[in-house]
Design a protein. Structure first.
Length: 255
């Protein structure tokens, strides 16, 4: 059960996923030196209906934080001769200590297809190689069509293992690429949910209790409900007026 305050409105939400374990939301983690990858992370989060509170610099990554999420969106710029952004080296160590066997991982990164055409977005490939033995489920592979580059270790079986972005040479294509990729990731998560249900598992369910009519809380909850619909999750929204008693709220939470 999570309890959060938005201005003066109490917002409570409980999400059940996989064997009655708790699932919160998608977490976006980025490694950024110049700020470009951070900006891209926030643009991707918006398209995935992920609140800014769930977007983190990878330098803040901890095992406890990883455990709060069921879907991890990981992004890194590519540096030098095809290397990870510096903060990701410690970030990868944290991820390898975690149980990722029931988590989905989507990768994105930025590179320079002109000046560094032979190592284009290699950081995505490095993250993939580092995490592929953790038994996580990767999603969001991208077709190489439409990209101009010489080589990239991020290409596996003819596709990029995540979303490559080039803000240096192809920034005009970024919005379209992010939008298409975000929809693809949502659909892949929805397919996974359908598979779980087909095997007799329970459909993920988000239940939100909203008190009062605060605009910020309304927007946040609406985004969550929309994301649930796209991803195949069940959602319930329970409303109370601002004069509801604490006893009534707690009784509903315990149901």
């Amino acid at each position: 059960m999570g309890i959060s305050y938005f201005f003066k409105t109490l917002y409570l939400c409980s999400v059940t996923f996989k064997n009655k374990s708790k699932m919160n939301k998608i977490g976006v983690f980025y490694g950024s030196t110049t700020g470009t990858t951070e900006e891209l992370a926030r643009r991707i989060a918006e398209k995935l209906d992920v609140p800014s509170a769930d977007v983190f610099d990878v330098s803040k990554l901890t095992e406890a934080l990883v455990n709060e999420y069921d879907v991890l969106v990981l992004g890194s710029s590519t540096w030098g001769a095809g290397e990870l952004q510096d903060d990701w080296y410690d970030g990868v160590k944290v991820l390898k200590k975690c149980d990722l066997s029931h988590k989905s991982v989507a990768l994105f990164g930025c590179g320079d297809s002109d000046s560094y055409s032979d190592t284009f977005c290699d950081a995505i490939g490095i993250l993939y190689e580092d995490l592929k033995d953790t038994h996580c489920k990767f999603c969001g592979a991208t077709d190489t069509a439409g990209y101009t580059f010489d080589s990239s270790i991020a290409v596996v079986d003819g596709k990029f293992v995540g979303l490559p972005l080039d803000e240096v040479n192809e920034d005009s294509k970024t919005d379209e690429r992010i939008s298409a990729w975000a929809e693809q990731v949502k659909q892949e998560i929805a397919a996974e949910v359908a598979e779980i249900v087909a095997r007799g598992g329970k459909r993920p369910h988000l239940a939100a209790i909203l008190v009062g009519h605060d605009g910020g809380s309304e927007t946040y909850v609406a985004a969550k409900v929309k994301a649930c619909e796209v991803c195949g999750f069940k959602s319930s929204l329970i409303r109370y007026e601002s004069d509801v008693t604490e006893e009534e709220l707690l009784a509903k939470v315990r149901e």
